[in-house]
Design a protein around this ligand. Sequence first.
Ligand code: BES
Ligand code: MN
Ligand code: ZN
Length: 497
Amino acid sequence: MNITFSKIAVPGRGVVVIAVPEGIHGAGKLGPAAAKLDKLSRSSLSRAMRAAEFTGKREKTLVLMVPAGTKLDRVVLVGLGAAKSLDALAAERIGAVIYDAVAKDPAAAVILETDGAAVDNAVLAAHLAGGLRLKSYRFSKYQTKEDKDAKPRLKTLAVQCDAPAEAKKRFVAVNAVVDGVFFTRDLVTEPPNLIYPESLAARAKELAKDGVMVEAFGEAAMTKLGMGALLGVGQGSDRESQLLVMRWDGAKDKSAPPLAIVGKGVSFDSGGISLKPPAGMWDMKWDMGGAGVVIGLMRALARRKARVNVVGLCGLVENMPDGKAQRPGDVVTSMSGQTIEVLNTDAEGRLVLADVLWYARRFKPKAIVDLATLTGAIIQTLSEHYAGLFSNNDELAAKLLAAGQAVSERLWRLPMGEEYDRDIKSPIADMKNIGGGRAGSITAAQFLQRFIKDVPWAHLDIAGVVWNEKATALAPGGGTGYGVRLLNRFIADNYEK
Ligand code: BES
Ligand code: MN
Ligand code: ZN
């Protein structure tokens, strides 16, 4: 989509969107730019608004067909809501509503006048465009007979705003993040016959064009490193496991300690010998969602040239049952030297992360944040409304909670402690890979913590938020890309100053 910002963007034909502040009961109070709209009869506009009881409530729309006195096909009014609460997040959601109203038009113009808003007009314009683009996401590459009428046609968006040069500059960063979200959504949506550890690593190598250093290590290298926990998970698959290492060193001091972001990348989780039931097993194609976020985040950071050093680390494996697969009861030795009794081969994500978290130490990170579709239990606890947050560090947890709130990718912190850790004691090894069946998300987090020493660490259990069948405010349904905007904000607010 081609998105432009200018002082005057209104065409004589087609569709024009006018953003309307709340509390308005007629066209008389529209801003000067909207009021100048080519010969549009203001009295008929006022009548229409009154007749429809349209008062500019946030995200409400009113469509006027072939308005008298113009050659326009449609004028779409969209409510901005109260000026004082109009912020970047609100602008994104308004942009998404506008997308739904103009998706079938080849081109649209938006008049955005936001006098009295707490946030700068240029910022609002950039985020409105970003939200619109987020909502426009489609994944149709495997649909050979797509219905032409149902297909979105929007190719050009012109935003009329107060300071177009500033809006354009802001949009570069916003758009980089949207690119990252789209990359993540693409990766989680791809089918598991096509996305497997090596092909996922190959897709990540596309990031080299953005300036990210990308390396992938295979099973021979991981055997040398002693990654017995990760390798055990992949040993029942014909696909070779991979360790993906991505570096973006954008800080002034390229040798300053990085942040480490770690992702669970199980390209398909059948459960292994502890096989899952068939219903819904297809969802396990997005069990690489944590890795998907890390890869998308690296794109966002690189494309907006974030002034930070970040290393992205993903354990990529396929969990399959096979003659060579690991058995319930096996004992494996992790890279840390700690041994694990594998009682359930379906609790594989923690086995993968155990070795990747331990490996992260060699980068001497300031902090480690991991993302994983780790437990079904977190969906029971929080549904799709929050991801679970677990941390050994209150300050780090607070930063993540705040970033999640700011971009509406919310986190809820859950407790950890010795009383939960007891649950994963094994009679024959250092630990077992499942707890007693209660507080399953917490015992999973306790397991991970055994592979973290003193580094500030946070674990995000994103099993409930990676995929949403229904459309959400900023996504059309399917892969959400949850986590990219959250971590991007977390980094921008805390590590780039
Ligand atoms: N990938 C699953 C968790 C999951 C479930 C993610 C549903 C998204 C939707 C994970 O590997 C798993 O199977 N966890 C088990 C752990 C159990 C065996 C201790 C679970 O949650 O049932
Ligand atoms: Mn599993
Ligand atoms: Zn899994």
